[in-house]
Design a protein around this ligand. Structure first.
Ligand SMILES: [Mg+2]
Length: 318
């Protein structure tokens, strides 16, 4: 009897739900009144029709590890045909912009000199704007990152207690040494010295059998040791880089989209900047995770991949 009642209840509640759980078959999904639907509203159609600039995350979005997705180049060519500009945006500060541009071109991805943005350049801009007198920086980062700061006119402090920095910068650093991590923590323990982190990511995606400890985790380590978190964290989900990109490209947030595979960095930065935040499921985030996210973190659109997003942009322009 109890079983019968329970079955009846299940039947009743399912028939009352009206909305079946979303599956990959339902993609793309559009956010409407805080819930996802596979029906594109007129408002969403207008949002997509207005887009004039697309900022793209790289790893998990246009390639995975060293493998370019087969639809990436046709997608970019299609954007050009529709008169939509694009750029690439990475939270990874370990390589120079030239290194990234060279990597993309080697993979066959068209990328001009002004179409690549990283958190290193954004951090340099931030320090120049907020600490105009700062010259000497303690940089926990790769030699490539340090050389970009030096090229921008800064002096990289040595691992020496007498070489006091004006600002401390913590970054994702695969060349990390214990001694420099300790020195960075020592300077971070001085509350009067500004302390900036390049990006909040806990780990860097990899297809190798390891976990790449990223800047967010290094900052957590520093905080555990000296009790201080960064004053500012540059990089997605901060909207600053995206707002700068919009300004350089002469578009408003309503004309911009940010596309990526992470909700808490890529999509969130788009939403924080007032732009369309598009999630693709070719990297870190599963559909289940995306659907379970809290309302304020929900992507404007969830697509299987950038090819599906390109097809939507094309469809609304017909
Ligand atoms: Mg990514």
């Amino acid at each position: 009897m109890l079983l019968c009642l329970s079955s009846l209840f299940t039947l009743f509640s399912c028939s009352n739900k009206n909305v079946a759980p979303k599956t990959a078959e339902d993609l793309p999904l559009f956010l409407q009144n805080g819930e996802y639907t596979s029906v594109m509203s007129d408002e969403m159609r207008n949002t997509l029709r207005n887009i004039r600039h697309v900022s793209l995350d790289m790893d998990g979005t246009i390639y995975l590890g060293g493998t370019l997705f087969p639809y990436t180049v046709p997608f970019l060519e299609n954007l050009g045909t529709m008169g939509i500009n694009y750029c690439f945006l990475t939270n990874n500060p370990t390589k120079s912009l030239d290194d990234y541009i060279a990597k993309l071109r080697k993979l066959g991805v068209p990328c001009g000199d002004g179409q690549m943005y990283s958190t290193t350049a954004a951090t340099i801009d931030y320090i120049k704007a907020h600490y105009p007198k700062a010259k000497r920086l303690f940089l926990l980062g790769t030699p490539s990152m340090i050389s970009q700061f030096e090229a921008a006119g800064f002096i990289s402090c040595a691992d020496d207690p007498n070489d006091r920095p004006d600002v401390v910068v913590a970054a994702f650093d695969p060349t990390l040494t214990y001694s420099r991590l300790c020195r960075c923590t020592w300077w971070a323990s001085h509350k009067e010295i500004p302390y900036v982190a390049t990006n909040p990511d806990w780990v860097c995606p990899t297809d190798e059998p390891t976990i790449l400890v990223d800047c967010g985790s290094l900052c957590a380590c520093i905080a555990a040791a000296c009790g201080r978190k960064p004053d500012t964290i540059i990089g997605k989900p901060s909207p600053d880089i995206l707002l700068g990109i919009m300004e350089k490209n002469g578009v408003t947030p309503a004309q911009a989209a940010m596309v990526g595979d992470r909700l808490y960095t890529d999509v969130k930065s788009g939403l924080n900047a007032g732009a369309c935040g598009v999630l693709v499921l070719t990297g870190e985030t599963t559909l289940e995770t995306a659907l379970a996210s809290v309302p304020e973190d929900r992507a404007t659109i969830i697509c299987r991949d950038i090819a599906q997003f390109g097809a939507l942009l094309e469809e609304v322009r017909k």
